[in-house]
Design a protein around this ligand. Structure first.
Ligand code: GTR
Length: 755
């Protein structure tokens, strides 16, 4: 079915008009004329020539697109046809060429009165294959075929070769790349979508994440029937892909010629993603490119978009290329997904989309649902607590609710803790501090678990008050001191901290030093105790087998502890150790955490009264923010994105926050009468700054009952105007982060209470 002659001719022609490989805004509008000379693209018809040349260049690497003689009529062999929650799900296969059938899911609303747009939904690299977008497993943020069907679309999710149920060797079947086989299959998928009576054949879109993200672009480049494309974490420029090493693009699942012909060298590549975007122009494209995507470097995405922009401008369609850069990892967060769906609604003229509540990210005070918070000073039997002697009883009730409904019940520690100093430097930080690494071993009957604590202690005070906080990237990221060990265990991939394939590397050393102002701490007489959070429990869903969970039997119940509870429990074990170290004033341990670790710090501080001050930095949903406001991240969103963080019971409150028997102001109240500090950031709307402030305000009556002053600010303080009493609060200008400014407030607060 290949037109070999055409391919050979194409090779010859192309070697004559190979245009510079790194496309720039200047070079995109240049094509090779019939005389072999470079010419400027001046109008749409010139552009057609340039566009055809780009498609030819792509085929040099991917192999030729089979010609139409290879087409087979659309057909379906259905193996299952069910309706679940109003969504019809058909498991079937379709023919993509004579001897090949592609397994797929078709999803649509159970009843469709008139033809609707059809969306091809391409999966990422996952063993689930098509089942992930279809909503049957995997990452809840990637179930776009299911979500779009809920919204009213007809969606088709096929397996990519050698994923899911689909075994196929493209190479022994005449293809030069799996990429081209994918394009061919996806074109056949569009044939099929267009043949369905439920689908308007003129309104076809395509969406995909990662593998599916680039496959979406490849398809849209070759198939103009794709009227709107959504690509999530799908590309970066070849030059910025793993510093220009293209081996990852050259394996059998993609384009082996990238290595065999182009030496995995971006300078030798005859096309780049900028060209692909340009070929798609002026059709609309929505790009999700998270800032912390370690696979596809974000500035390279910007380079590609900028280079393609002149073509969109040529067609007066510059508003049709949309780029979003959420503060996220290699993922498709809810807010950006919802924007992508709105984009499809708009571009494919989807009438009256059904927007499920779980996708509505609200930042508008006027749209906060009306809610009634549980009163921390009303007992379960409805009686008001008026005397501080009754508080311990009420406190127990609140504690139980948080345990069974939110974080899960942590085991009582009955094991044996031992510690061993594994390194020591009496002249750290230019002689100002003592630095030690301590191996802590937890032994529970026949099971044991090791974790490494990093300590910086000031020479100026002994025993020293310390701040204790878990870190995200490993102890070696906290300062640039070279002898701090690099954790050998799983770390989330992150380009900035040099984490590749979940292994921390030397490149990460010191990269988190802005978040850990150790010099500031030491100069003000405080020490720092920090540990890599994954040492307590790696931050992924492994069904609670690794980390400190491994110390206990694996049997799980709906109120068993989740990972946030494990981190909090680990903080208490660190406290057990700190109590044994005479250089530390264990009556003055401040527990502090940022973001998910702020949630953990609050829960640790609530449970363990040995922590003398508790600090939550930008902890948001499940931390300091009130859940019932449902502003920014909601209970449903957090449970779906991080199914391992909370106990299973917490999912009962997905899109049902009003039914929570407890809310986060009561978490703050559990800390009373000890000092607690909550910090928000103005641009961190996802964490709901106002909800964080209100928690402090509504915890105040408990502090007052116990003879302390509650939050002094009855209205939300202005940006960068800290308020400090027994409860402290500030909202800093800027984004979700921990900065020197934050630390300065925490140190002032600690001075106020500990000195
Ligand atoms: C986000 C999550 C937040 C917050 C944050 C973090 O993806 O939605 O709840 O915890 O991660 O920990 O950085």
């Amino acid at each position: 079915m290949y037109n070999q002659t055409r391919h050979i001719l194409l090779l010859i022609v192309l070697s004559m008009h190979l245009i510079s490989c790194q496309t720039t805004p200047d070079s995109i509008l240049v094509y090779t004329g019939s005389n072999g000379k470079q010419k400027k693209v001046r109008n749409a018809s010139d552009w057609q020539k340039r566009s055809a040349q780009i498609l030819d260049s792509m085929q040099l690497v991917m192999g030729p697109l089979p010609d139409v003689s290879g087409k087979v009529p659309p057909d379906q062999i259905i193996s299952e046809d069910t309706i679940i929650n109003g969504i019809r799900r058909i498991r079937f296969s379709y023919a993509s060429e004579k001897n090949d059938r592609v397994p797929a899911f078709l999803l649509m609303p159970a009843s469709i009165s008139q033809p609707v747009p059809g969306i091809l939904c391409l999966h990422q690299t996952t063993d689930y294959g098509k089942a992930e977008p279809a909503g049957l497993g995997g990452n809840p943020n990637l179930q776009y075929a299911y979500e779009l069907a809920e919204r009213g679309y007809v969606t088709l999710a096929p397996d990519y070769p050698n994923f899911g149920d689909y075994k196929f060797d493209p190479y022994s079947n005449g293809f030069v790349s799996a990429t081209m086989k994918g394009i061919w299959n996806h074109m056949a998928a569009i044939d099929l979508l267009q043949s369905l009576p439920e689908v308007d054949p003129e309104r076809i879109g395509c969406i995909g994440h990662s593998l599916g993200g680039h496959n979406t672009l490849f398809l849209a480049a070759f198939d103009k029937r794709v009227r709107a494309a959504v690509t999530s974490c799908g590309f970066t420029s070849f030059h910025k892909y793993y510093e220009g090493n293209l081996e990852g693009w050259a394996h059998k699942g993609y384009m082996p010629k990238i290595i065999s012909v182009y030496n995995a060298d971006p300078d030798k590549m005859p096309f780049d993603f900028s060209d692909i975007l340009a070929v798609i122009a002026p059709r609309p494209v929505f790009i999700n490119a998270p800032l912390k995507d370690s696979n596809f470097e974000v500035s390279g995405v910007h380079d590609c978009v900028n280079a393609a922009l002149p073509v969109y401008k040529l067609f007066k369609a510059e508003d049709k290329i949309i780029l979003k850069n959420p503060d996220a990892f290699h993922d498709f967060p809810t807010a950006e997904r919802e924007e992508a769906y709105e984009f499809l609604d708009r571009e494919l003229n989807m009438k009256n989309p059904v927007v499920p509540q779980k996708l509505i990210v609200n930042y508008d005070e006027a749209k906060v649902p009306s809610y009634t918070l549980p009163d921390p000073l009303v007992l379960n039997n409805g009686r008001k607590v008026t005397d501080k002697k009754e508080w311990p009883g009420r406190r127990d009730q609140i504690m139980k609710l948080f345990e069974t409904e939110v974080y899960g019940i942590s085991p009582e520690w009955k094991g044996r803790l031992s510690s061993q100093e594994i390194s020591s430097d009496m002249n750290a930080l230019d002689g100002k501090a003592i630095r030690k690494e301590i191996k802590i071993t937890l032994q529970n009957e026949d099971k044991s678990h090791n974790m490494i604590l990093l300590l910086y202690l000031p020479k100026s005070s002994s025993p020293a008050p310390v701040f204790l906080g878990l870190n995200f990237g490993g102890n070696h990221t906290v300062t640039s001191e070279t002898s701090i060990g690099i954790t050998p265990i799983w770390v989330r991939n992150d380009e900035k901290t040099g984490v590749n394939q979940n292994k921390a590397t030397e490149a990460g050393r010191g990269t988190a030093n802005g978040r850990w102002q150790v010099n500031e701490l030491i100069s003000r007489g405080y020490g720092l105790a920090t540990m890599y959070y994954g040492d307590i429990d790696p931050d992924y869903d492994d069904n609670f087998k690794n980390g400190v969970h491994s110390l206990y039997e694996a049997k799980r119940a709906s109120e068993s502890w989740g990972t946030i509870a494990a981190w909090a429990w680990g903080l208490s074990r660190i406290m057990d150790y700190l109590e044994t170290n005479p250089a530390i004033d264990s009556k003055k341990v401040v527990v502090m955490g940022h973001s998910r670790l702020g949630k953990a710090a609050l829960w640790a501080g609530a449970r363990d009264k040995r922590f003398s001050i508790i600090i939550s930095n930008n902890s948001g949903c499940g931390g300091a923010a009130l859940s019932m406001r449902a502003v920014g991240e909601t209970v449903g969103m957090i449970n779906r994105a991080f199914p391992h963080w909370f106990c299973d019971n917490f999912s009962k409150y997905n899109e049902n926050e009003g039914k929570l028997p407890v809310d986060q102001h009561e978490l703050i109240a559990l800390v009373a009468p000890r000092p607690v500090y909550v910090a928000s950031a103005e641009e961190d709307k996802w964490a709901d700054p106002r909800g964080e402030y209100l928690s402090c305000l509504y915890a105040s009556p408990v502090y007052e009952l116990l003879g302390k002053q509650g939050l002094k600010a009855k209205d939300m303080p202005a940006v960068n105007q800290p308020v400090m009493g027994t409860i402290g609060y500030h909202i800093r200008s800027g984004v979700h982060d921990v900065t020197l400014y934050d630390w300065q407030q925490y140190l002032n607060f600690a001075d106020l209470h500990l000195k």
